[in-house]
Design a protein around this ligand. Structure first.
Ligand SMILES: Cc1ncc(COP(=O)(O)O)c(C=O)c1O
Length: 352
């Protein structure tokens, strides 16, 4: 007897980046931030544990919504919070797609989109990015109920201009969800479009620029009408009291965020330049990682393996268009110097 729904039984499930048990790895594989979060955030989480852990948290995370609305110049009613932005993506797919409905997204991009569509029994419409990762023309013509677009994109790190996204939103019959997980490292964002596009949902996370991946806190900004509908779908208590307190303090500490982001952007330049000088070809990154095509006559999977043997973890995707690349998270200057030195040694050995 089959107990499981057919579309779950045939689903592979998401494969998260490897999390080694040993602490001696240089971990550049899951786009975590190498720097600590705001000390005010840690303090607020500790206080929330002491003061309010006995009680259920406020279901809508009101304190966070108020703080974020002030910082981002939006209304609290335009914000919905979640257990990481992955939770918001799940809520969106469940809110906007019936079984069999088309869900469109680009390739290569965040592989979770296809899995979420599969869980819902929706139909995935995959539109290939052109070589330069500009917006694929066909994305506007899919007729999808929901179009998911990571911007900046992962794993390419590339950014599509908000003006182009505005035109896309205006041309779509369904919802456009712009996943801005990496936007704090980028030169522009789509937030200003939410008042102009009533079919736009923007998702953000505390996992990357805010150094709080373990906290699991994300949120979306959209028209209050859409937010209200998504509220019906979310779990009642989908963020914890310490989570809400930590995220609130973190978003209020924009000075800390800026210092953190500036450091990453500086190191990103060193990383891209260093990789290019070793013969890699890098996509222009607006994120905290770089997608680097391995030098001619080398095999990306072997480079990944050799780095692994040297206790350096990067991300290798055994997938079309990515299998000749490495995706490397921007670490500290010291970590990136070590990565570049080891890569140089490996490439020199290969030449002999
Ligand atoms: C494009 C993209 N969106 C969303 C997420 C998920 O972020 P969160 O930790 O907020 O669930 C990731 C995580 O790596 C990502 O790469």
């Amino acid at each position: 007897m089959r107990y499981v729904r057919d579309n779950i039984a045939c689903l592979e499930g998401y494969t998260p980046g490897f999390q080694p048990k040993e602490a001696d790895f240089i971990k550049l594989n899951t786009n975590e931030n190498p720097y600590p979060p705001s000390p005010l955030s840690i303090k607020a989480m500790k206080a929330a544990c002491e003061e309010s852990i006995r009680k259920y948290p406020p279901p809508l995370a009101d304190d966070f919504r108020d703080a974020a609305s002030t910082v981002l110049h939006v209304k609290p009613e335009e914000i919905i919070c979640g257990f990481g932005s992955d939770d918001i993506l799940t809520i969106a797919v469940r809110t906007f797609c019936d079984q069999g409905d088309p869900v469109a997204f680009t390739y290569p991009s965040y592989s979770l989109y296809e899995i979420l569509a599969g869980i819902q029994g929706a139909q995935s419409l995959i539109v290939d990015f052109p070589e330069d990762f500009s917006l694929p023309e066909e994305l506007k013509d899919t007729g999808a109920k929901l179009t998911l677009l990571a911007n900046p994109n992962a794993p390419s790190g590339t950014l599509i201009k908000p003006s182009t996204i505005k035109t896309l939103a205006a041309g779509l019959a369904g919802i456009l969800l712009v996943d801005e997980a990496y936007v704090d490292f980028a030169s522009d964002n789509c937030l200003r479009l939410i008042r102009e596009c009533d079919n736009l949902v923007i998702t953000r996370t505390f996992s990357k620029a805010y150094s709080l991946a373990g906290l699991r806190f994300g949120f979306a900004i959209a028209n209050p009408h859409l937010v209200n509908e998504m509220m019906k779908v979310k779990d009642s208590y989908n963020v914890s009291a310490p989570g809400m307190a930590g995220a609130k303090a973190a978003i209020e500490d924009q000075k800390w965020l800026k210092k953190n982001v500036d450091q990453i952007i500086n190191t990103r330049k060193t990383l891209s330049a260093g990789l290019e000088s070793l013969g890699f070809h890098c996509q222009p990154s607006e994120t905290n990682f770089v997608l680097a095509e391995a030098p001619e006559n080398t095999v990306a999977k072997e480079l990944y393996q050799r780095l692994f043997e040297n206790k350096i973890l990067v991300r290798y995707f055994n997938m079309p268009r990515l299998d000749h690349c490495l995706r490397i998270t921007v670490g500290t200057d010291k970590q990136i110097a070590r990565l570049l030195a080891v890569l140089k040694e490996i490439l020199n050995e290969e030449e002999m």
